[in-house]
Design a binder for this molecule. Structure first.
Ligand code: THU
Length: 129
């Protein structure tokens, strides 16, 4: 399945709208039911409105009815492969910290759990204390 996720992330990466940075990102999310949801980065002339590929894929997954996230594959054109930004880590954390994050560049890859990328996370449990 993860090879399928890499293929899907690379495919959607070609649709990235990144005229300002030139930095294309693709993301493919495998939901708890095995369904796959993809996203790419979309930049704006009003730079701060830019949306990352990971959050776009998460929105697609939620919109399709996903409630659990098993893994996320991110693709870029850089080595070492890019880790998700802080905002994406925080939004992904809505769906637990055990998900696997795999980032794939042209010649190498890196893997983490979300817990490793977001230690001492602020979560709903924090609000319930
Ligand atoms: N970007 C992502 O899509 N995901 C990340 O985790 C980090 C950054 C995008 C946003 C922007 O379009 C470009 O990469 C450069 O920051």
């Amino acid at each position: 399945m993860t090879d399928e996720l890499v293929r899907r992330a690379r495919a959607v990466m070609t649709h990235a709208h990144a005229p300002y940075s030139g930095f294309r990102v693709g993301a493919a999310i495998e939901a708890g039911d095995g369904s796959v949801h993809v996203g790419c980065n979309v930049e704006s002339a009003s730079y701060g409105l830019t949306i990352c590929a990971e959050r776009m894929a998460l929105g697609a997954a939620v919109a399709a009815g996903a409630t659990r996230i098993a893994r996320v594959v991110v693709t870029t054109d850089v080595d070492p492969p890019a880790a998700p930004c802080g905002a994406c880590r925080q939004l992904l954390a809505e769906f637990g910290l055990t998900m696997e994050i795999r980032s794939v560049g042209p010649g190498s890859e890196r893997r983490w759990t979300l817990a490793e990328l977001l230690p001492d996370a602020f979560t709903r449990e924090t609000l319930e204390r």
